[in-house]
Design a protein around this ligand. Structure first.
Ligand code: HEC
Ligand code: HEC
Ligand code: HEC
Ligand code: HEC
Length: 150
């Protein structure tokens, strides 16, 4: 008798866990997304408030996600899967300063951090200018929190 109750309880708990897992997967919209970067970061990991950008800042999926032609993916729905930026913008790090001199827009965009910076900071700059504010972060430290000293 005792054993059967225990089994039943385990079954109920199991179902609840499966249900929660399924619903949160369907929601598919993680709060904070760690932008995939396969290389050793010099800067701290960027905190990117994915959900807030969609829900509070009202940014459309296609402002950031696009297809292999660079065409905005405004057909995206919550729960869809997307490619990592690094799948296409697949040179590690940032090309800037002397090294970037004479390089075409396309060559620069191949670098992961150039593409991300263009997307993130590009919009923030335009937004701040338009709304006469500094609310959208442009400073390095706002997106790259200082690494803890060892
Ligand atoms: C402001 C830019 C931005 C907007 C708007 C945006 N995303 Fe994203 N999203 C990103 C970035 C950056 C990543 C991380 C990609 C990477 O790791 O290379 C990401 C990751 C994802 C992931 C993968 C999550 C994970 O944990 O790996 C999914 C799924 C996704 N986005 C779906 C969406 C959908 C659906 C919308 C619209 C409702 C949307 N995104 C709107 C920038 C954005
Ligand atoms: C499936 C491949 C693919 C993925 C995944 C991808 N990109 Fe792109 N991206 C492209 C192509 C192709 C272009 C157009 C390149 C050109 O104009 O020469 C582009 C262009 C861009 C541009 C330039 C847009 C402009 O206004 O000139 C930015 C910025 C950018 N991508 C950022 C991102 C970010 C951020 C992510 C991840 C959220 C991402 N890309 C994911 C292929 C991709
Ligand atoms: C198309 C526009 C757009 C793009 C692209 C975009 N942002 Fe934002 N971001 C905003 C706006 C709007 C705010 C809110 C400003 C305010 O509070 O008034 C914001 C705010 C933020 C904040 C402050 C915390 C918060 O969520 O309010 C961080 C951090 C941030 N963005 C990081 C990023 C990163 C990292 C990327 C690139 C992966 C990115 N953003 C791309 C529009 C954008
Ligand atoms: C709006 C947010 C944002 C701002 C502002 C910003 N970055 Fe980034 N940065 C990113 C994102 C997103 C990536 C790509 C994801 C990653 O590599 O963690 C990145 C990547 C990098 C990288 C390559 C990865 C590494 O750690 O080696 C460097 C270097 C970098 N940023 C330097 C800077 C510097 C310097 C500034 C100020 C001039 C700056 N960033 C401002 C969002 C930002």
């Amino acid at each position: 008798m005792k054993n059967r109750n225990l089994l039943l309880m385990l079954l109920v708990v199991g179902c609840a866990v499966a249900f929660i897992a399924a619903t949160s997967m369907a929601a598919g919209m993680p709060d904070v997304v760690k932008v995939y970067s396969p290389y050793k970061l010099k800067k701290g990991v960027v905190q990117f408030t994915h959900k807030k950008h969609v829900e509070e800042h009202k940014v459309a999926c296609g402002e950031c996600h696009h297809d292999d032609q660079g065409k905005p993916r405004n057909d995206l729905k919550e729960g869809d899967t997307v490619k990592k930026c690094f799948d296409c913008h697949n040179k590690p790090g940032e090309l800037k300063g002397k090294k970037a001199k004479g390089k075409s827009k396309k060559e620069k965009l191949a670098y992961h951090a150039n593409a991300l910076h263009k997307n993130c900071i590009g919009c923030h700059k335009a937004y701040n200018k338009k709304n006469k504010t500094k609310a959208a972060p442009q400073k390095c430290s706002a997106c790259h929190p200082k690494k803890k000293k060892k």
